[in-house]
Design a protein around this ligand. Structure first.
Ligand code: G6P
Length: 462
């Protein structure tokens, strides 16, 4: 680890690039973290004088901190487990994520009660712990890039501790329009915006989210002050993906998947965290609708759906996970035959198998109700072997860049999505190939390393 006040470039995020599992016999094993943010930032590598500050997330991570086990260039903060749970599950994932993805069922939610206020206190404590650690580690005039809604208060807090630093903040989520954002209690809304405006520069994935943020600032605070706002559309890492997708473990899974799908059948692929905003249930319903409306596809197509567990501490995520399985089983029992299983649902996280599915996909279904970017939409065209039609929600950030060559859908419209799936399955191989080439070019326009460096350079010029 770099010594105190020596880091020139610092990244701060809740989930870090690495996590530890504690085995029954007391050994610690490390693995790479997942999610859009970590995939984006991991290409940065461990350059000299760069420090990544993140949370210790489970028993394994906490034990690693206690034993002083770690990776060069990464500092894990062992924040009190209760405080972290209130900040992460309570505020970040149950409030801020819900606001920005507009997930509340508003007749009954949200209710900002005393329990919310208690959790908000934990969120402040957790943000302060990050600000303090960054203040300790940063060299004079260093650049600090804070990531995401978990750490919205950090820029303002850090600015007070270390006015010499150049501070940036990047949002990997959508940003809610003011009329939705203002459901938050006024003082909380103000604190969040002021916290972020403590940065010299703010980054968003698309113009749409950046504009929504600016409108919230105008409505709540009267303006954005001197903070500059930029748009950086994180792209796929083509070099990494193409290499990784042809390693032996991926080849092996490709063979298994081909066997499970069966010869001559088309594959509609989806790969997601089992996340409320990903709209997996409506995706399955749309596939069921396709089999109803277009019986000619029965027996000739398989929906390969990978839905990896996420945020299982939250009851609504557990319920959603169960609903995904229930709907998939219902389709299989309605339409399945002795030699055809219409939906192949896999829930155990396996990156190599995801890549294998990208390689063979005829159609990729990416239909979130709202998504900051959605990297799956950008990864599939890069890895696809025979060309793949992208059925893409117009509410995904990626739609701004990929709309020309994707088949766009309204994610709430199940009948419309079924029609889009039919259109995608029926597209000629020639057109599919041409579109995939153009999609891959657009998807890789700003690869992760460049995405990060552009922000860093902008910050240094600030
Ligand atoms: C989104 C967020 C990331 C987060 C990821 C996984 O992509 O923007 O910050 O890392 O989801 O979520 P998790 O709660 O598992 O860290």
């Amino acid at each position: 680890m770099v010594s105190a006040r020596a880091a020139q470039v610092l990244v701060a995020s809740n989930r870090g690039p690495i996590s530890y599992a504690l085995d029954a016999d007391g050994t610690l094993t490390s693995r790479r973290g997942g999610g859009g943010l970590v995939s984006g930032l991991s290409a940065i590598g461990s350059e000299a004088n760069t420090l990544w500050v993140c949370s210790a997330l489970g028993d394994g991570d906490r034990e690693a901190v206690r034993r002083g086990v770690g990776e060069e260039g990464v500092r894990m903060l062992d924040i009190d487990a209760g405080t972290h749970a209130d900040a992460y599950n309570g505020i970040a994932n149950s409030v801020l994520w819900f606001v920005h993805h507009m997930l509340y069922q508003t007749p009954l939610e949200p209710v900002f009660d005393a329990e919310f206020r208690r959790q908000w206190g934990a969120y402040e404590t957790y943000n302060r712990a990050f600000a303090q650690a960054l203040a300790e580690e940063a060299a004079d005039g260093a650049s600090v890039v804070v990531q995401d809604y978990h750490l919205a208060l950090v820029p303002g807090m850090l600015r007070e501790l270390r006015p010499d630093l150049r501070i940036g903040h990047f949002s990997h989520t959508p940003w809610a329009p003011p009329e939705y954002f203002r459901m938050l209690p006024d003082d909380v809304a103000e604190q969040l915006l002021r916290g972020m405006l403590g940065a010299d520069r703010l980054g968003f994935l698309t113009r749409r989210w950046a504009d929504a943020f600016a409108r919230c600032c105008v409505d709540v605070l009267g303006g954005t002050g001197s903070t500059r706002i930029g748009v950086y559309g994180l792209g796929a890492d083509a070099e990494f993906l193409r290499r990784r997708a042809h390693e032996p473990d991926v080849d092996e899974r490709l063979a298994t998947l081909r066997e499970q799908i069966g010869p001559g059948r088309k594959a509609i692929v989806r790969v997601d965290r089992t996340e409320l905003s990903k709209n997996i249930v409506r995706g399955l319903l749309a596939y069921g609708q396709l089999l109803t409306d277009r019986p000619e596809w029965r027996g000739r197509v398989v929906h390969v759906a990978f839905a990896y567990p996420s945020r299982q501490d939250l009851a609504v995520y557990r319920e959603y996970t169960a609903e995904v399985s229930r709907v998939a089983s219902a389709i299989n029992s309605t339409y399945g035959t002795g030699d055809w299983t219409p939906v192949l649902l896999h829930v155990e996280d396996d990156f190599a198998r995801s890549l294998a599915a990208y390689r063979l996909a005829d159609v990729a279904l990416v239909n979130p109700i709202r998504d900051g970017m959605n990297l799956v939409a950008k990864e599939v065209p890069v890895v696809s072997e025979e060309g793949c039609v992208l059925v893409l929600s117009r509410e995904a950030g990626a739609y701004e860049e990929l709309r020309e060559d994707a088949v766009g859908v309204n994610p709430y419209d199940v009948v419309g999505t079924a029609a889009a799936l039919h259109e995608a399955l029926s597209m000629s191989a020639g057109e599919r190939g041409e579109r995939t080439k153009r999609l891959a070019a657009a998807a890789t326009a700003l690869p992760p390393r460049q995405w990060f460096l552009e922000q860093l350079n902008a910050l240094r010029e600030a």
